[in-house]
Design a binder for this molecule. Structure first.
Ligand SMILES: C[S@@+](CC[C@H](N)C(=O)[O-])C[C@H]1O[C@@H](n2cnc3c(N)ncnc32)[C@H](O)[C@@H]1O
Length: 258
């Protein structure tokens, strides 16, 4: 299970890929990764997942089944370049409103440009902030989504508590994240792909291998499906379930604030 540890100096430590770092340092390193890759982030997602991230994101939004009402409000945390928010707005026939929150201005900048090109500005708000300290009143949103974001947050338990706080009663949490592969042959192929191919493609396309080394390592350090479901329950959510995608390469966790 993901947890923070106390370091020899008495501060709290967490994982940055396979390394242990101070909690404060992790966020700085993560921010550096996404500043470096922001402009090439979308193309790298297609290369790294062989296009599968689109299928998983579509499945997440289908599971959310957004209401086709202007009063329906979604908060997409670690929303980056907007993939989830765009899909939610489209699935609501451009009625719902999505707030895209991310700690990284470079990622949001790319997202805002894409939103303008798609003509989605009226349905979207971009907010630069930390998932651990949401700048919203309690009980404000009908849904909270986070895709491939939570493993980058230093204090996952704090982010989940914040998710619970800002959701309305009856609101839904959906977390899409890389997870533990549970198919014997697939796990070996996936290991080769992750540790050999992805950092090389990253270097070819973005000129940097290190951010992609972090990304694959951080996937392995993230809690498995059951442990993460337990963390969601601990944050107060009810009816916590998960669905594996592509043999567990990714998983969608769901919880409700009742
Ligand atoms: C892998 S990207 C996911 C982007 C998008 N959700 C998607 O699925 O394409 C991870 C995002 O998490 C953001 N992030 C990392 N730490 C964060 C934090 N503490 N609060 C908010 N966003 C954070 C990064 O800036 C980055 O944009």
């Amino acid at each position: 299970m993901a947890e923070s540890r106390t370091s020899a100096q008495g501060g709290m430590e967490t994982s940055y890929g396979f390394r242990d770092v101070a909690e404060g340092e992790k966020q700085t390193l993560v921010n550096d990764v996404f500043h470096k890759v922001a402009k090439r982030y979308d193309i790298m997602n297609d290369v790294m997942s062989a296009g599968l991230h689109r299928v998983w994101k579509d499945a997440m939004v289908a599971a959310l089944h957004p209401r086709k009402e202007a009063s329906y409000k979604v908060l997409d945390v670690a929303g980056g370049t907007g993939d989830i928010a765009f899909r939610i707005v489209e699935a609501s026939d451009r009625k719902a409103h999505a707030t895209v929150l991310d700690i990284n201005g470079s990622m949001l900048g790319v997202g805002a440009e894409r939103a303008a090109k798609k003509g989605l500005n009226d349905n979207l708000t971009f907010v630069e902030a930390n998932a651990e300290e949401l700048p919203f009143e309690s009980n404000s949103f009908d849904a909270y989504t986070i895709a491939f974001g939570i493993r980058n947050v230093p204090r996952i338990d704090v982010a989940l508590s914040e998710a619970y706080r800002v959701l309305k009663r009856g609101g839904r949490l959906l977390v899409l994240e890389f997870s533990e592969v549970d198919m014997p042959l697939l796990d070996r192929i996936y290991d080769q792909w992750s540790f050999k191919a992805i950092p090389r493609f990253g270097k070819m396309i973005t000129g940097e291998a290190e951010p992609y080394q972090y990304l694959v390592e951080s996937i392995r350090k993230f809690p498995n499906q059951r442990d993460f479901a337990a963390m969601i329950g601990k944050a107060g959510f009810s009816r916590v379930t998960f669905t594996n995608y592509t043999g567990g390469i990714a998983a969608l966790h769901s919880g409700w604030k009742i």
